[in-house]
Design a protein around this ligand. Sequence first.
Ligand SMILES: Nc1ncnc2c1ncn2[C@@H]1O[C@H](COP(=O)(O)OP(=O)(O)OP(=O)(O)O)[C@@H](O)[C@H]1O
Length: 255
Amino acid sequence: MSMLEVNNLKKVYVTHFGSNKVKALDNVTFNVDEGEFVAVMGESGSGKTTLLNILASLDKPTSGEVRLEGKNIAMLSESEISAFRRQNLGFVFQDFNLLDTFSIRDNIYLPLVLSGKKLDYMQKKLEPLAKMLGINDILDKFPYEVSGGQKQRAAVARAVITDPKLILADEPTGALDSRSADELLRLFNKINNQGQTILMVTHSTKAACSAKRVMFIKDGRVFHQIYRGENTYEEMYQKISQILTLLATGGDRDE
Ligand SMILES: Nc1ncnc2c1ncn2[C@@H]1O[C@H](COP(=O)(O)OP(=O)(O)OP(=O)(O)O)[C@@H](O)[C@H]1O
């Protein structure tokens, strides 16, 4: 059984009092195994955010199902959803989503506080994590006192401190300079090598190169997938660029 199973997922947005329908996802089917690191790419408007929102249980599909470890998340009631999200998912966003009135340490503790964990438990969880992420020195600072790269590392700590089954990342390198972006990708590789499953939406070819699989979405459908396998970084970069060119020029993969 895969960790994440997405079956025939459809999402139709109905706008203008029902007169206008946008098919954002059109029969998306894919699986993610435990320990995978998957990048999702596609043109603007192809349906990536819609997919991520449904996986995050922030939105419901029009039809189809999403199973996390066999459990269909579309069937969860409103009251079950936030606990489910807290217990199973970790989020890393482009804009970090840290609270400015909390120290970095308290931001990282937040999901554990919400699950009712004790302080000594939180301290024990944070210690190795802060070391691995290189954020020991900034734990008592506030988000506005640290760099973008440091904020993003704190956001990664907050995402992984609950030992989530799956990390969902939305353009995690989008707001970072290239050095901080490289650092973040190295960290993602590190936590992935330790067994953490990651699904990351990105526009960055470089970011996608660090994933083990790249899935391309076009017009709400899975268009193509590339596995890193034995490919070198350069080969991977080239293959991704080719598919992105194909998507931009409206070409068909099988032509
Ligand atoms: N709330 C909404 N109501 C109506 N249409 C929407 C809504 N959200 C997204 N759409 C439409 O659904 C389609 C997919 O949008 P989505 O935001 O998922 O694309 P995306 O691939 O994430 O784009 P980007 O890379 O620009 O963020 C687009 O045509 C978009 O205009």
